[in-house]
Ligand binder design. Structure first.
Ligand SMILES: Nc1ncnc2c1ncn2[C@@H]1O[C@H](COP(=O)(O)OP(=O)(O)OP(=O)(O)O)[C@@H](O)[C@H]1O
Ligand SMILES: [Mg+2]
Length: 459
């Protein structure tokens, strides 16, 4: 039911208007002065207001001004009710946002038609508002799902890495076991040898040294193969320490890679983050590629969401490994090369992930950043890697991600991140890697529909 507020200080006029409005099937609210009208508007939210211009105290124009300066009431259509000869007020009122006007005395049908028109306009407005609200809800839901997808993709990637990491840790674990057993046996030999020497020493002290005892010690030295032990024991210890350091470095890299992140940007040592990602993902590339890293030692700390940044690099590295695997296959004809460069370019930190893989065919270059675009078989790819990388680099960091590619030669993905966070007005503090550069207004992830990249080698 449409609610119409009639504001007029003349009771007869109110009665007249009430009749017309009620005949239209609308509800009527009444106010006989400006402040009362404003109070009713706030409490009842009428759909249409019929507003007398000439009132003692606060006049209609002032009431209109207050209504139009309040976001809550601005959409309510106001019809000014004016006396003949108040043209200035009509013009002023329309300029201030009145929907329409009627001049007293008016024909009932004209007033009725104007109220109907205003009510329709309010209905249209309310409908639009509702559609807009639904759209907003849908966008929020979509963004939530995209965040979920990104999280799921990361978890899936970590799951896949787990097998490789287990293997990486298993190899040193095995030879650490072998070496420790060897040291245990060697110590048994040395212990027996020490026993013989003790008896020899004791006999020497007592003056009871015999040829037999000397021969026994001689035999023990030969049995223990002392030369062999002196050569091999230090080697076994050295190798074991190396193995432990290797395991420790993998564990360190895992901790850094799986950095849960605070949701805030942190000043990140990109070289170190990339190195960690390469370490945890070794199982993905080591069988098909030799790794070359070309890191700029002067790269400044860059404000980043570390977990998200790692996810980008991992996605690019896994893609590069897959593209190289498609070229070298299982054939032991030699591996391809995976090269990761970093450098500073003015206000940008640039990371290049370069492979000697298949290259990206011309026909699909515009699609690779699309969500769910994949050329890989089920189980190997779901087509989310680059869409997520794009969203993280562009939306969350204000960076760019592009590629150069040539079929038969390889592909280079180029990620550029601003050295100074564009979402932060002031220069970030950089006392050390742990320094926080927070960005509370983190834009939600959304995915590109088309391509935002260049391609073509040398192009
Ligand atoms: N370095 C590359 N060399 C050649 N083709 C590539 C390379 N990177 C991506 N592509 C192509 O782009 C497609 C989309 O890549 P994207 O990383 O988005 O998905 P995916 O690798 O197929 O699956 P996911 O990353 O979700 O496991 C790939 O299927 C592949 O065809
Ligand atoms: Mg991928």
């Amino acid at each position: 039911m449409t609610k119409v507020l009639v504001v007029d200080d003349t009771p007869d006029m109110v009665r007249l208007i009430r009749k017309v409005v009620e005949d239209q099937g609308h509800d009527v609210l009444e106010a006989d002065n400006g402040p009362a009208a404003l109070a009713i508007v706030a409490a009842e939210r009428p759909d249409v207001i019929l507003l007398d211009v000439m009132m003692p105290g606060m006049d209609g124009i002032e009431v209109l001004r207050r209504l139009k300066s309040d976001d809550r009431f601005r959409p309510i259509p106001v019809i000014l009710v004016t006396a003949n000869g108040e043209d200035r007020d009509v013009i002023d009122g329309l300029d201030r946002g009145a929907h329409d006007y009627v001049t007293k005395p008016f024909k009932r049908e004209i007033l009725a038609a104007r109220v109907r028109s205003a009510a329709r306009s309010k209905e249209d407005h309310d409908r639009l508002l509702e559609v807009n609200r639904q759209l907003q809800a849908e966008i929020a839901e979509r963004e939530r799902m995209q965040r979920e997808l990104a999280r799921a993709q990361k978890l899936e990637a970590i799951g896949r890495l787990a097998a490789g990491i287990a293997h990486e840790i298993n190899t040193p674990a095995q030879y650490l076991g072998d070496n420790t057993r060897f040291l245990q046996e060697a110590f048994g030999d040395v212990d027996r040898l020490l026993g013989s020497f003790e008896r020899l020493l004791e006999a020497a002290k007592q003056g009871t040294l015999t040829d037999e005892l000397v021969n026994e010690v001689d035999r023990a030295v030969r049995d223990a193969d002392l030369d062999y032990l002196t050569a091999e024991v230090p080697k076994a210890i050295g190798q074991s320490l190396e193995g432990i350091e290797h395991v420790a470095s993998i564990v360190r890299a895992m901790k850094e890679f799986s950095h849960p992140g605070s949701g805030h940007k942190t000043a990140v040592d990109l070289n170190r983050a990339i190195q960690s990602t390469l370490t945890v993902s070794r199982g993905e590339w080591k069988y098909v590629a030799d790794l070359v890293t070309d890191f700029d030692p002067d790269l400044p700390l860059v404000p980043c969401l570390p977990g998200d940044f790692n996810q980008v690099i991992l996605n690019l590295v896994v893609n590069a490994a897959h593209a190289i695997a498609d070229v070298v296959g299982d054939a032991p004809t030699g591996k391809g090369t995976l090269t990761v460069h970093t450098r500073r370019d003015g206000d940008w930190a640039e990371i290049r992930v370069e492979d000697t893989g298949t290259g990206i065919p011309e026909g699909i270059r515009d699609n690779v950043f699309d969500h769910f675009f994949t050329t890989k078989e089920v189980g190997k790819g779901t087509g989310q890697g680059l869409a997520i990388a794009h969203a993280i680099v562009v939306k969350k960091h204000g960076g760019t991600i592009t590629f150069d590619t040539e079929v038969g030669k390889g592909t280079t993905f180029i990620v550029r991140l601003p050295v100074n966070d564009p979402t932060q007005p002031e220069e970030a503090e950089r006392p050390g890697a742990a320094a926080g550069v927070s960005s509370s207004a983190d834009p939600p992830i959304s995915f590109p529909l088309g391509a935002g990249h260049s391609h073509g080698l040398g192009g």
